[in-house]
Design a protein around this ligand. Sequence first.
Ligand code: TRP
Ligand code: SF4
Length: 354
Amino acid sequence: MADISKSTNKRVVSGMRPTGKLHLGNYVGALANWVKLQETHECFFFIADWHALTTDYADPSNIGSNSLEVALDWLAAGLDPERCTMFVQSHVPQHAELHLLFSMITPLGWLERVPTYKEQQQNLATKDLSTYGFLGYPVLQSADILIYKAGFVPVGEDQVAHVELTREIARRFNHLYPGKDRTVILPEPQPLLTPTPKLPGTDGRKMSKSYDNYILLSDPEPVVRQKLKTMVTDPARVRRTDPGNPDVCPVGDLHKIFSDKQTLEKVYAGCRSAAIGCIECKGWAADNLIKTIAPMQERRRKYEENPALALQIIEAGDAKARASAESTMKEVRDAMGLSQNYKPPERAAGETGQ
Ligand code: TRP
Ligand code: SF4
């Protein structure tokens, strides 16, 4: 068993794009894991607003308000400023400086080979993503991670390639620019693959803002109940008398994540024997979901009523992050020969200087 106590000093760094109010998929896929990690590791979590610009540069008007919504949901879900550092990427300009320096040493081929590059360009065909910033975005991500000398980066499957690239950039940097006494300035981080239970949206596809199939952590109870009512079920269960299978039903997936064991047993037995109807089953799913999000909404209210409180937390996080990032940048600038004071070249004897 790996020792995961805070004293092993393995720092955790992760970021999330400011997509606005967060949904259950964001919670189950990342945030719930972050809330746990803050208990065992020194954690830096940031709102990746520059990353949002790599795809949404044409209309950045929502980035500010979306960032605040994300901060509110983080606090609501239980990220605790006493236990982790929460900040906004663009408030720490050192990330941009390291990104620039990394861009000097990163071969273009490495970036063209990142699987998300071509995929995203095709998926987001309505946006012109043939930009320098979009190609270089994994380099920015590498800077985000390495500037804090992270040991672990909790990410989903889709982001593992970016952590791999981060390791390659670190290796190249360390090879080219050893620190004093040949020390390694930028240790290679490891991806911490978030165990993600399957969480479908109301239409059965992956829950996502772009599919309009999501349930927000901040959705009021009647909205949650209404959304569940329209949720797709096991397609084999056409009539009330047809037996179904919770293992192929999106509502069944919700139960597996949010319901207690007794409910789960009732669902399996009742669905397979057609003893319960889907309406009843969805009602139970809603009950259990609401049990999970109600305390979050309670916490959210406090910050919604007084957003200055949330902003203060972020500002304090920004300052902590900047101090840590700046300390790495001093080493980086030194190693790259950028911090010597400029001295005029010495003149050879006999030169007049005219
Ligand atoms: N690229 C990540 C995403 O789209 C967000 C992100 C930016 C990130 N920088 C990071 C994640 C650094 C982990 C570490 O989800
Ligand atoms: Fe899905 Fe529940 Fe209906 Fe079974 S009873 S098909 S698990 S909604």
